[in-house]
Ligand binder design. Structure first.
Ligand code: FE2
Length: 289
């Protein structure tokens, strides 16, 4: 019997992208769906996403943003993060979840295997950490060391927001990309379907269009844009360009001596920053003189 498993990750509080993927999955004849973490964070509608996942009953693993959210909600962060302007968006997002949704994300396990004898295991980041991103840059030796920690021959992950299918000596690594906040230059919602053949898995990376402008309107209607300041503004650029803006802005602000979360610095940053620029060009840009 052919087994088909869908894995979606990094929804990031974007129910519009999630709805498009749910519709697409409904047409794909899959046996099982697993969520790879980061349902919440970096977006205004985390509670809507968690409610939908609970409703669907899809099992999922814990991402770093589930932990950030729990830590903010429980005030288990540096004391100044509870008042500083640059953490306003994080505080707002953590406060937006309902109490039972906080309990729910706290139940999510670090890893999940596909059911039955399917040889496929899902992590948010890697077997070592939900903050370790596996990508084209990761050495084969590191990947092999990860396969030594698991029994399965397929390691499925997210976290980087960049999809990847990579055959390595240790096994097959698949990064399923991001549903709600991709960074690979393709702004559509992304996920993957795995089909088990006799002696291997076939992987299909899928991309599904959705109404991004309708989602971005909710930044204003929910109050997230006003409360989240620079962070919320930078996230709108990430949604539109499918490239990182937030972390580059923070690094640029530090390098140029700006106050953190200074909205007045945004026009200057946007003037010099090119989405998707290489690390070398970015370092050149943020190096004074
Ligand atoms: Fe993420």
């Amino acid at each position: 019997m052919t087994v088909r498993v869908a894995v979606l990750s990094d929804i990031h509080a974007n129910p519009f992208a999630l709805a498009a993927v749910v519709d697409d999955i409904a047409r794909q004849n899959v046996d099982e769906v697993i969520v790879g973490g980061d349902m919440v964070g970096r977006g205004p509608l985390g509670s809507e996403v968690v409610a939908r996942i609970q409703d669907l009953g899809w099992p999922g693993v814990r991402g770093n943003h589930e932990d950030y959210t729990l830590n903010f909600r429980r005030q288990n962060v540096e004391p100044d993060w509870l008042t500083a302007r640059e953490w306003a968006a994080s505080r707002w997002m953590a406060a937006e979840l309902l109490p039972d949704q906080i309990d729910f994300i706290d139940t999510l396990p670090f890893t999940l295997a596909a059911s039955g004898d399917a040889s496929l295991r899902v992590f948010h980041g890697s077997p070592d950490s939900h903050c370790e991103g596996l990508g084209v840059w990761t050495d084969n030796a590191i990947i092999e060391s990860h396969f030594n920690k698991i029994e399965e021959s397929v390691l499925v992950c997210g976290h980087t927001h960049r999809p990847m299918v990579r055959e390595t000596p240790g096994g097959l690594v698949v990064n399923v990309g991001s549903v709600g906040l991709p960074f690979n230059g393709d702004p559509r919602a992304q996920y993957a379907i795995f089909t088990q053949k006799r002696d291997h898995w076939e992987v299909e990376l899928r991309q599904v269009d959705y109404d991004r402008e309708a989602f971005l309107k909710t930044y204003k209607t929910t109050g997230f844009m006003d409360a989240g300041g620079v962070t919320a503004e930078l996230l709108t650029h990430e949604i539109r360009h499918a490239r990182p803006f937030l972390v580059p802005f923070i690094k640029w602000s530090e390098a140029t001596g700006r106050e953190p979360a200074d909205m007045d610095a945004m026009p200057e940053f946007l003037e010099v920053f090119r989405p998707g620029m290489s690390k070398r060009d970015f370092i050149k840009m943020i190096t004074p003189g």
